[in-house]
Design a binder for this molecule. Sequence first.
Ligand code: Z5A
Length: 211
Amino acid sequence: MKKGLFITFEGLEGAGKSTQIKKVEKHLASKGFASIVTREPGGTFIGDELRDILLDIENKDIDYKVEALFYAASRAQLVSKVIKPALQNGKFVLSDRYIDSSLAYQSYGRGLPLDLILECNKWAISDMMPDITFLLRLGAEEGLRRCQDRTADRIESESLDFHQRVENGYDELAQMYKDRYRVIDAKSDPEIVSQKIIEEIDKLLATAKVK
Ligand code: Z5A
């Protein structure tokens, strides 16, 4: 039976997901909660192999269906080998991207049918949905600007138009899944962003009566 809490972080590249996850992990540790951090795609041997294929800039001709299935396959392996066991052991799971990334990028970004991406991923994750999802909201231009000093991978090197479709997709998802989503303005200073996230997590801890 599931005991730990499952928290996911979503948003465009450069939104600050990894930065914030480190702060949340520290906050939870200060309260005596053990957590593990996962990152998608990847996080298992098979997932990391798929990550290499998915992000390799040489693989520009990948079929969008194959792309969607590889992301879902990486996620299925991560859920069964890492996320489910950690939650069953009472740990918190902090995941840098999860199912909503496929809805935002493969459906809103690539134009694949939302219901198919959703169904295929629900099967992949055995219906293991997050307890709470933080959308770190940042405009596509600002996100790309934050990451301009590093070498762009296959997805990062997509057009601004693609990243804007993903941005709009996340906004629609936040409306669709109001109960699960917490939308956080990611433009502010990292400390302010983390205060807002931690406030929400503390509320969740209080209501979920996690001991
Ligand atoms: N993808 C997909 O298409 N479908 C899927 O199902 C999944 C993923 C799961 C994975 O890339 C790519 O795969 C991703 C979506 C796609 N591509 N895109 N675009 P990744 O794992 O390599 O990258 P990412 O997930 O996009 O992470 P990121 O670019 O590293 O962003 P981040 O983790 O959100 O940001 P960060 O590393 O914490 O910060 C980035 C920079 O901004 C860094 O210099 C920070 O110091 C700075 N930063 C952070 N916060 C702030 C604030 N508040 N103010 C100013 N500067 C800040």
